[in-house]
Every structure is written in C-alpha cells, then in structure tokens.
Design a protein around this ligand. Sequence first.
Ligand SMILES: NC(=O)c1ccc[n+]([C@@H]2O[C@H](COP(=O)([O-])OP(=O)(O)OC[C@H]3O[C@@H](n4cnc5c(N)ncnc54)[C@H](OP(=O)(O)O)[C@@H]3O)[C@@H](O)[C@H]2O)c1
Length: 283
Amino acid sequence: MPTLVTGATGTVGGSLVRQLLAAGHEVRALTRDPASPAAARLPREVEVVAGDFARPHTLAPALRGVQRMHLVAQDGYGPLTTGPEILALAEEAGVRRLTHLGHNDPSRDDDDPIEAGHRPLHRAIEKSGLEWTHLFPGEFMANTWEWVGGIRAEGVVRAPFGDWNSAMVHEADIAAVALAALTEEGHAGRTYQPTGPEPVRRRDAVRMIGEAIGRDVRFVELTPEQARAHWQDVYPPEVIDWFLEMGAHPDGNAWVSPDVEEVTGRPGRTFRQWAADHADDFR
Ligand SMILES: NC(=O)c1ccc[n+]([C@@H]2O[C@H](COP(=O)([O-])OP(=O)(O)OC[C@H]3O[C@@H](n4cnc5c(N)ncnc54)[C@H](OP(=O)(O)O)[C@@H]3O)[C@@H](O)[C@H]2O)c1
C-alpha cells in the first residue's frame, strides 16, 4: 500500500519521498499540477496524483487505498483552512496514521492572526481516531534560499537582524522524523519540534554559504523598515509583521530541541552541512 505524501514537490515532502523510497516503501505524491517542473523532478517510481487542498473532494483519488499519510498544512502560501475536511475524508478513506507538518506557537492565543488559521486543524487532528504525530519544526535552513538571487547576482545578502540567532533545521531531519513516525511504532499522539543541533546567527549563515561555494558573500544589514519594503512583494503583511516582531528578540529561536536525535538516533545536520548540500543552488 502506498504512503501518501502531500507537499511532495516541496522542501520537506521532497526529502520524505526520497527517504521513504530508500527505505523500500511505495510512495504516492499529491500535487496540484502533475505537469509542473517540480512534479516532473519527482523520482520515477513515485505515483503522482493530482489534487488541491482548496477543493478537498479532489483528494479522493489520492486517498484511495492509503493507510499512511503525510499532510503539509499549507494552501498556497496560507494555512490549510480546509484541513478538518481533508482529515474527515482521509479517515473515511481508511487512513490510519498521519504525520502533520504545520505551525504552532504555543505562546500565542487562538486569535493571533498567524495562529488562527492553524489551530482548527490541530484540534481536528487531536480529536480524530488517527494515529497522529504533529511536527512543528523550528525555522528551516531552506528559508535561506531567499538569498539565492542576491548571492548569484552580486555576492550579497540583504536582510535584517544579522545577530538573529536561530537553531534552523535541515529539511532532511524533519523528513527523517516524519519517516520514523509514519513507519515505526511509538509516535502516535506525540508532538515533535525538530530543530537544528545548534543556533546559528544570520551573518554566520551567510559566511558559511560563502565558504560552501568558495566565494566571499557580503552581508548587508537592512533596518526593519528597509526589510518591510524588501519583502513586501514576497510575503503577506501579517507575516512581515511577525518576522519583524521575532527579529526584535535575537535569541527567541535559539532553543535546541532534542527531538531529531531522540527520534532518529543521530544528531541533526548542521547549517554548514546544509550549505554544502545545496551549494550548487547558490552558484
Ligand atoms: N519555513 C519555515 O521556516 C517553517 C517553520 C515551521 C513550520 N513550517 C511549516 O512547513 C510547511 C511547509 O513545508 P515546506 O517548506 O516543505 O513546503 P514548500 O516547500 O513551501 O512546498 C509547499 C508544498 O505544499 C503543496 N501545496 C501548497 N498548496 C497546496 C494545495 N492547495 N493543494 C495541494 N498541495 C498544496 C505544494 O504542492 P504543489 O505546488 O505541487 O501543488 C508544495 O509541495 C508549512 O506547513 C509551514 O507552516 C515552515
């Protein structure tokens, strides 16, 4: 029986697809557009099925005959507001085990503009009869892909908060935790918060990418107002507010979780490793 991976064309889902295949599992991948270049890059052994979270009934073919499913809680760039409907369809179709890659900031309440889109799905999952595992990772190392354009064009990263210190996590480690939760016993009802093994400051991450590609990369620190202008065409205003608010607490994301090592049995990958793995993207 295949494992259904949603978000399979994305950062974590793509890694999970490769790790499931390497462990000998059949994989079905969901995408809104099977003809997209990202879907075309999926490994040949993967069964690619069309479906759109925004129209939950379109997931019926993808869910057929599936007992294990990885759900990325995302609709376009926004939260997965149809999540509770998708969950009901999944249970009806016979899904028994679910990993849920999403977002949760327990320090904020349900009315917070970022949290409000996510919490109904969290509650629906916890009330469901599924063997569920929440994955609420720290900041992704892959967010630094945002710097590709500036590094390729002029060897410069323009970003705010050079001292921002974050235990960023490698997508392969989030996927490895998902793989364990999907394929091993003992993870049902657990919430994991995968992070990297150490906090890394923004300006050091820039330097490490430079070292990985063998080129000096300069960090130009933007003021919060310059950052708002820099991001205005990329992120919705409430997300920019959230980034800027976080930036005011340089060590707010520095906490290192034990989950990657405890679940997978090996330490999380470092940012230096991530930069080496993705050096070609920045060249
Ligand atoms: N970035 C971070 O720092 C961070 C931190 C904590 C948690 N997270 C969580 O991580 C998740 C994002 O993971 P990621 O970075 O691996 O994703 P990603 O690379 O941004 O890719 C998004 C994936 O979601 C799929 N998707 C989007 N809208 C869809 C829809 N309407 N119907 C079906 N599929 C849809 C896309 O598939 P197609 O385009 O092929 O349809 C794509 O594969 C989010 O839940 C986010 O809250 C991120």
